[in-house]
Design a protein around this ligand. Structure first.
Ligand SMILES: Cc1ncc(COP(=O)(O)O)c(C=O)c1O
Length: 441
């Protein structure tokens, strides 16, 4: 399976992750179940940190993009591995702080942070805020003046780099709700604007060119453009940027359509980035900025597996065969959103030949509630445990209670033990915030 993860087939022919038999996990915790491999998460943070250490003199930081999977345990892991984190909402910030994550190592993003979120960030003494609108800079500056504090900020820049990925997850092309374009001059306008604010310290620039990107050249090009912009800012505004935050976006393996990257490949992305930044800094005679990267998917994506129990099997002659599972778009909406592809395996029958192609459907009242289309599997019967691989990123974090289904439990596995990191919901949780107004009673 994957050299970095502990995913393997055990002697019983079952899927094993973190030393735990998937069938045992399904029996103990029930399904659907999110399973996270702790070693994988740690090894990915370590490889990025090592790359910055060895290629950039350690002048940088790995910020785990917590939108990929936010819960208290993952912030605890990030902290213990020496990573910072990025958050994009009050909820993610609260979760990180509640987990004891140091506020000064947190970056806050968002194209439309609410005033409450900004107040919360300031009162928490968050390290950095990445400002993404003129009005946000106004509001933040006013809030800081009122409190008598200064806030370090970065500006989100749109460097105009096109990454070859799904259009919904491209964020740095000129038509984007994120950032300020270098090409059309709004980046300069925003720079001038922020520099006019007496309580904001502009310490650097951020960009994020998209997600699930494999082309090393896309990242190098983004770094190249950002360094050009940093040199331009130095000559235009006499400001030397301290930080270049290049975002996340490193791709992962979902199916055989994707390359299977090893640690050295991820190291290679970082080395290429560091080399480019150093070369451009020398060429343009600017200081080498501290490098920040924000990988999310590549840290937790392949660390995650979702276990399901198969239910109804419906063979429509000449059309397709559906196997329905006890999950669906409420716990993994990525097929419905982006037609994302996944590898599905029969967790209790890993060595059996795949004799058929089936479509894995969820249990929601929605025809588009699909997990994977036409995936090769052995014969599947009601009660069999299926595992969908590489579900660690943007599954739990995008889950909902659609159809009032429970958001599944999440467990962290390591060396044969499994610990709950997100508890099972109950019917009581489902109605916890419901209120019947008196007049309806
Ligand atoms: C600003 C920002 N940083 C980091 C990320 C993480 O990207 P990925 O999970 O692809 O590494 C995202 C994802 O959308 C993002 O918008």
């Amino acid at each position: 399976m994957n050299e970095r993860s502990t995913l393997k087939i055990n002697g019983a022919g079952h899927l094993e992750i973190g030393g735990c038999d998937a069938l045992e996990l399904a029996k103990e915790f029930g399904t659907p179940l999110y399973v996270f491999d702790e070693d994988h998460i740690r090894s990915m943070i370590r490889v990025y940190r090592r790359a910055i250490e060895e290629n950039y003199g350690g002048n940088g930081t790995v910020l785990y993009a917590s939108k990929a999977f936010s819960c208290m345990a993952v912030y605890a892991i990030a902290q213990s591995e020496g990573a910072g984190v990025d958050v994009v909402s009050g909820g993610e910030l609260y979760t990180a702080l509640k987990a004891g994550f140091p506020a000064q190592n947190i970056f806050m993003h968002g194209n439309n942070k609410t005033e409450e979120e900004l107040e919360y960030a300031l009162s928490s003494k968050i390290g950095y805020i990445v400002v993404d609108s003129f009005s946000e800079a106004d509001i933040l500056d006013e809030m800081c003046s009122r409190r008598g504090v200064r806030q370090r900020v970065l500006i989100r820049i749109n460097p105009g780099v096109e990454a070859h990925t799904h259009a919904y997850v491209q964020t740095a092309t000129p038509d984007s709700k994120f950032g300020f374009s270098i090409a059309n001059g709004t980046a300069d306008q925003m720079c001038r604007h922020v520099l006019s604010k007496s309580s904001l310290d502009l310490v650097g620039f951020h960009c994020h060119i998209g997600s699930q990107i494999f082309e090393r050249q896309s990242f190098v090009l983004a770094a190249d453009k950002m360094m050009d912009y940093i040199a331009h800012v130095k000559s235009t505004f006499s400001l030397e940027a301290d930080i270049l935050n290049i975002g996340g976006g490193f791709g992962i393996y979902y199916t055989d359509d994707d390359p299977k990257l090893g640690e050295e490949d991820y190291y290679g992305y970082l080395k290429a980035l560091c080399d480019e930044i150093k070369a451009k800094a020398a060429l343009l005679k600017v200081r080498e900025p501290a490098l920040a990267i924000e990988p999310g998917r590549s840290i937790v994506g392949e660390a995650g597996v979702t276990l399901y129990t198969a239910g109804a099997v419906k063979d429509i002659p000449g059309v397709k065969k559906y196997v329905a599972v006890d999950g669906g778009m409420f716990e993994n909406p990525r097929y419905a959103l982006y037609q994302s592809k996944y590898t599905v395996v029969a967790a209790g029958n890993m060595n059996a030949p795949c004799t058929q192609k089936v479509t894995i459907a969820g249990k929601c009242c929605e025809s588009g509630d699909i997990i994977a289309v036409n995936v090769p599997l052995p014969e599947i019967e009601r009660g069999d445990v299926l595992a969908v691989l590489s579900t660690g990123a943007y599954n739990y974090s995008m889950a909902s209670n659609y159809n009032r289904n429970f958001i599944p439990e999440a467990v962290l596995v390591k060396d044969g033990r499994a610990d709950v990191i997100v508890k099972k919901q109950t019917f009581e949780d489902i109605v916890r915030n419901d209120v019947i107004p008196q007049r309806l009673k």
